[in-house]
Design a protein around this ligand. Structure first.
Ligand code: SF4
Length: 391
């Protein structure tokens, strides 16, 4: 048996594969056997064939940021005329709108505002929880936590304890971008190192605050650096078990300093998805990004080991500002999952099934649940574009 086949067999059986073996699979494994091996892992983990989705809203409290990442089209430097911050009343209004549409989670995200310390986040999270106690606050990331701790002059542990007490439920995997030093320095020189990003996650996991982990592909990193990113996350997961899922997405090329000089391809993305499923024997869930890769690629990923299509995204501004044009709605996401031969189910933040749509008769009937029903990144004209008819 050739080495690639042996590694695929071991990975499919749920055995640990090395980073070197993962790299060999990524560069050399034939696509179909690679996808089959990854899908075998999904089938063993989720024999009910369920693929989940989530209804949530990404609410941005400010676009003012001092960190100036080169791939980011969302931020404005302090003092810029297009900088803005939402009032607490506006954030609560958006949370209420999301709850009304069936959202179970909010992702509160924003720039590194020079004035926003721990107190700002305490006030925001406690107000959201007071108004909507059942709404899960799966929000911010290690970069925001480091920034707020610095602004307030407290330790990362203190910041985490305080914002959890105020209402934070879990941490989004945002800001991972590329964790290895060389590609990270090239695209986000003012951001914390990848090691520091992981340290914050490890501290949070130690305090019982779980998180997800992400990866942004396509800014010129090598195949070996992509696998190194996976290794860095897996090493922390070995110690903490605190990452609930891994979510790779693709760099969007518009309106940022990198100017789209590099991008990843669909095949690179799908291969990475499959290798991640085989490599992360210790991470429960794998989510693909229909927002950045498109719905077709999102559906294809369901045959490469993916068990979660992520959020309907009632609102999304950060990635959409950089050119992500893909839009969907509740019926379409369910249809994508079902027509891929899987059983669609709405989940909560903990991946518990809220509603399993075994047949079309089980499908929800709320036509209002569409992605980007509110988004600063869309003109009113674009917002009114018809969505794909699925029924
Ligand atoms: S990615 Fe985040 S930290 Fe970087 S510039 Fe954009 S808003 Fe700021």
């Amino acid at each position: 048996m050739r080495p690639v086949e042996q590694i695929l067999q071991r990975g499919a059986a749920g055995k640990r594969i090395t980073p070197e073996e993962a790299l060999l699979l990524y560069t050399d494994a034939p696509l179909h056997p690679l996808g089959e091996a990854a899908d075998a892992v999904r089938r063993r983990r989720y024999p009910d064939g369920v693929v989940t989705y989530l209804i949530d809203r990404n609410i941005n409290y400010t676009n003012v940021c001092v960190t100036a990442c080169k791939f980011c089209a969302f931020y404005r430097a302090p003092g810029h005329e297009q900088g803005w911050s939402h009032s607490l009343e506006e954030i609560l209004r958006r949370c209420g709108e999301a709850v009304d549409l069936g959202a179970t989670q909010v992702m509160l995200q924003g720039g590194h505002h020079p004035d926003y310390g721990v107190e700002y986040y305490e006030q925001m999270f406690s107000a959201v929880k007071a108004a909507y106690p059942d709404l899960v606050i799966h929000s911010i990331g290690p970069s925001e936590i480091l920034h707020m701790a610095k602004v307030s002059g407290v330790s990362v542990e203190d910041a985490l304890v305080r914002i959890r007490a105020a209402g934070l439920d879990s941490i989004a995997g945002a800001g991972a971008e590329m964790l290895p030093e060389r590609p990270r320095q090239a695209i986000a020189p003012l951001k914390e190192s990848g090691e520091r990003w992981l340290e914050v996650m490890e501290i949070a996991h130690g305090l019982g605050i779980e998180s997800t982990a992400t990866m942004m592909m396509g800014t010129g990193e090598t195949a070996a650096e992509r696998i190194e990113h996976l290794r860095m996350i897996r090493d922390v997961q070995d110690r903490t078990g605190g990452f609930r899922s891994f979510i790779p997405w693709t760099y969007q090329p518009e309106n940022n300093h990198l100017r789209g000089r590099t991008q990843t391809t669909t095949l690179e993305y799908l291969r990475l998805i499959a290798v991640a499923r085989l490599f992360f024997h210790n991470v429960a869930h794998l989510q693909s990004s229909w927002l950045t890769t498109g719905k077709d690629v999102g559906q294809l990923s369901l045959h490469m080991g993916v068990d979660d299509l992520g959020s309907i995204m009632l609102e999304e501004n950060v990635i959409s500002s950089a050119g992500a044009r893909h839009r969907s709605n509740l019926h379409e996401l369910i249809w994508l999952i079902r027509s891929a031969g899987r059983v669609p189910a709405q989940r909560d933040t903990l991946y518990q099934h809220l509603r399993v749509h075994r047949t079309p008769a089980d499908d929800p009937t709320d036509d209002r649940v569409t992605s980007h029903f509110s988004s600063i990144a869309m003109t009113p004209k674009r917002r009114s574009l018809p969505l794909v008819e699925t029924r």
